[in-house]
Design a protein around this ligand. Structure first.
Ligand SMILES: Cc1cc2nc3c(=O)[nH]c(=O)nc-3n(C[C@H](O)[C@H](O)[C@H](O)COP(=O)(O)OP(=O)(O)OC[C@H]3O[C@@H](n4cnc5c(N)ncnc54)[C@H](O)[C@@H]3O)c2cc1C
Length: 490
C-alpha cells in the first residue's frame, strides 16, 4: 500500500488521490449493487489530463492492480463498481467541452462533461445532442459508448460517436477515426482505414480509458414541437412509431406506459410520496381516466414542414385507433408529465441537472433494456408482463422507441424500488439474477439483444471466434487484464 501510495502521489497531486475509507465506501455500491455486496476499492484517483491517466495506468499495470474507470458513475448496471477491488479512476474533473464545431456539426468532449451542461451549451449555438432519458448528471461520452437508449435522434442513428482518444495500458495513447491522422482532426468516424472506434463501444472500461471523444450534434429547427398520442395497447403504437419514423415525419418518438408517465409526474413534482395508483395490483390496466400509454414525438424543422408533419402524424394515429392529445389538455391534466416531456422533446435539456438520484430516499430502477425487431417487441411485451406478475413487486412499467429508421426497437422494462439500497438488498439481488438469466432466453426466444453487459462470461463465449479474436486484441492492449476485470467480459 505504501508503495502504491508513493507511486500514485508521484504522478498526481495528493489532494486527488484518496485511500480514506469514507471516500472508498461511496465507490463500492451503486443503484444496482447494494452496499456490502461488492469489494470496495483500495484507492480513488481523480486525474485531470490524459498524461496523468497514462501514468496511473502504467503504475497499475506494473503492480497488476485492477483499475475501474468511471466518468460520472451514474450507470444503473453496476458496471463501474470495482467488483475485484483495486483503483477507481474517477474522471469527473476532466470536464472540458473542447470544441463545438458548428460548421462540421460535431463537438469534442471529455468524460466528465454532463448531459445537462453539454445540452445547455449546445442550445446557445442552435444545436442539440442525442439526449437519452439518462440522468442529466451522467456523461454523454460514457453513455454514448454504452449504446445510448435515447430519443432525440432515434430516427437517424443510435451511435453518435465519431473519433476517440483512448489511453491503454499496453499500447499507450491511441486515437481512432479521423483523429488517428492528426490530433486536431475530429470530424469523421470512417476513414480509408478499418474502423476502431467501435472496438471501444460497449467495452465498459475493459480495454482502456477514453479521454476525449468527438460526437455528432444536430441542428435545431425554427420550430420544435411535442406531439402526444394516447394508445390503448402496444401493437398500434408500434405501427404508428414505425410509420412516422420511416416516413421521416418525426425525429424521434417514445411510447411510455401509464406507470412511466406517472413516474415523470412524480420526478417533476419532487413529491416524496408515490401516488397510490402506481401500486395497483393489476399493472397491465391503468387507473380510471389515465391512458394505457402515450407516444410522445419530437417534430423539428421549418415551420411549414412541421405543420404538415403534425397533420400527417395525427391522421396516421387516428387510422390506428390512437387519440390525439392536445398539448394544452395534457398540460392541465398531467402537468408534471407534460413538463418532463416538453423539457426533453422541445427544449432539449434534462429537466433535472442530475440530482434525481438524491431527491428521494430511494430511486432505484433495476431494469432490462432490450432491442429487437418491431414484431418481436410485441411478443417481448407479453413475456415481460407475465414474468413481472410472477416475480416483481409493483410498480413496474416500460417504454419503447424505434432506432435507426425503426429497423429495431428499444424496449426498457423497469421496476421502481423505493427505499434505501440496504433495505432492499435481497430484492435487488433477486432482480439482478433474473435479468442475468434473461440474456439467453431473449436471444433464443425472440432473437433479441440485451443492452449493457451483465457479467456473464458464458454469454460472451457463445460468440465463438469473435470472442477469441477480441481476447487476442485485449491481450495486446491490456495484457495483464487490469482494466475493469470485475465486468467479467474477458
Ligand atoms: C435515473 C436514471 C435513468 C437512466 N435512464 C437511462 C436512459 O434512458 N438511457 C440510457 O442510455 N441510460 C440511462 N441511464 C443510465 C446512465 O445514465 C447511463 O448508463 C450513463 O450515461 C452512463 O453513466 P455514466 O456516464 O455516469 O458512466 P459511468 O457509470 O461512469 O460508466 C459506465 C461504464 O462505462 C465505463 N466508462 C465510463 N467512462 C469511461 C471512460 N472514460 N473510458 C472507458 N470506460 C469508461 C465504466 O467503467 C462503466 O463500465 C439512467 C440512469 C439513471 C440514474
Amino acid at each position: 500500500m505504501e508503495c502504491l501510495k508513493r507511486a500514485l502521489e508521484s504522478v498526481i497531486p495528493k489532494d486527488r488521490v484518496s485511500f480514506e475509507e469514507i471516500d472508498l465506501l461511496a465507490y463500492g455500491a451503486d443503484s444496482a449493487i447494494p452496499p456490502g455486496s461488492s469489494t470496495r476499492p483500495i484507492a480513488v484517483v481523480m486525474p485531470k489530463s490524459r498524461e496523468e491517466v497514462l501514468h496511473i495506468l502504467q503504475i497499475a499495470d506494473r503492480m497488476r492492480i485492477p483499475i475501474t474507470p468511471l466518468s460520472r458513475g451514474s450507470n444503473i448496471a453496476g458496471s463501474a463498481v470495482p467488483i475485484q477491488g483495486g483503483i477507481v479512476m474517477d474522471l469527473r474533473l476532466m470536464d472540458r467541452i473542447i470544441e463545438i464545431n458548428e460548421d462540421g456539426a460535431y463537438a469534442v468532449i471529455e468524460p466528465g462533461v454532463t448531459f445537462h451542461r453539454f445540452s445547455q451549451e449546445l442550445i446557445k449555438k442552435g444545436f442539440f445532442c442525442h439526449l437519452p432519458t439518462a440522468s442529466g448528471g451522467s456523461s454523454p461520452l460514457a453513455n454514448y459508448l454504452m449504446r445510448p437508449s435515447g430519443n432525440h435522434t432515434a430516427k437517424w442513428d443510435p451511435d453518435p460517436v465519431l473519433s476517440l482518444e483512448v489511453v491503454t495500458p499496453g499500447r499507450g495513447i491511441i486515437r481512432t477515426g479521423s483523429g488517428a491522422f492528426n490530433e486536431d482532426l475530429w470530424q469523421a468516424r470512417y476513414h480509408c482505414i478499418p474502423d476502431l472506434t467501435g472496438l471501444f463501444a460497449c467495452s465498459y472500461g475493459t480495454l482502456g480509458v477514453v479521454t476525449k471523444a468527438s460526437v455528432k450534434i444536430f441542428k435545431r429547427g425554427e420550430e420544435e414541437r411535442l406531439l402526444l398520442i394516447a394508445f390503448d395497447s402496444l401493437a398500434p403504437a408500434i405501427e404508428y412509431m414505425k410509420r412516422i419514423i420511416r416516413g421521416n415525419i418525426a425525429e424521434s418518438v417514445t411510447f411510455w406506459t401509464w406507470g412511466w408517465n406517472m413516474f415523470h409526474e412524480m420526478m417533476v413534482s419532487k413529491d416524496e410520496q408515490m401516488p397510490g395508483e402506481m401500486l395497483k395490483e393489476d399493472q397491465m390496466n391503468p387507473p380510471d381516466g389515465i391512458p394505457f400509454g402515450i407516444a410522445s414525438a419530437r417534430l423539428n424543422g421549418y415551420r411549414e414542414v412541421v405543420n404538415a408533419q403534425e397533420e400527417v402524424a395525427i391522421r396516421i394515429a387516428r387510422e390506428l385507433g390512437g387519440k390525439y392529445l392536445e398539448n394544452e389538455i395534457a398540460k392541465a391534466k398531467f402537468p408534471g408529465c407534460y413538463q418532463y416531456l416538453e423539457s426533453y422533446f422541445v427544449k432539449g435539456i434534462h429537466p433535472k441537472p442530475g440530482e434525481e438520484s438524491q431527491i428521494r430516499a430511494g430511486l432505484h430502477l433495476p431494469g432490462c433494456l432490450i432491442s429487437a425487431e418491431p414484431e418481436k417487441i410485441i411478443e417481448i411485451e407479453r413475456y415481460m408482463w407475465s414474468l413481472a406478475k410472477k416475480e416483481f413487486k409493483p410498480p413496474y412499467f416500460y417504454r419503447v422507441l424505434p432506432y435507426s429508421h425503426a429497423r429495431e426497437f428499444f424496449f426498457a422494462f423497469v421496476v421502481y424500488v423505493t427505499g434505501t439500497l440496504s433495505e432492499n438488498r435481497e430484492y435487488i439481488m433477486k432482480l439482478r439474477k433474473i435479468y442475468g438469466k434473461l440474456y439467453r432466453e431473449l436471444l433464443y426466444k425472440f432473437g433479441a439483444v440485451m443492452f449493457r453487459y451483465r457479467k456473464d462470461p458464458g454469454f460472451f463465449a457463445l460468440t465463438g471466434n469473435y470472442a477469441q479474436f477480441l481476447r487476442e486484441i485485449k491481450g495486446i492492449i491490456d495484457p495483464n487484464n487490469i482494466m475493469n476485470p470485475g465486468m467479467l467480459l474477458f
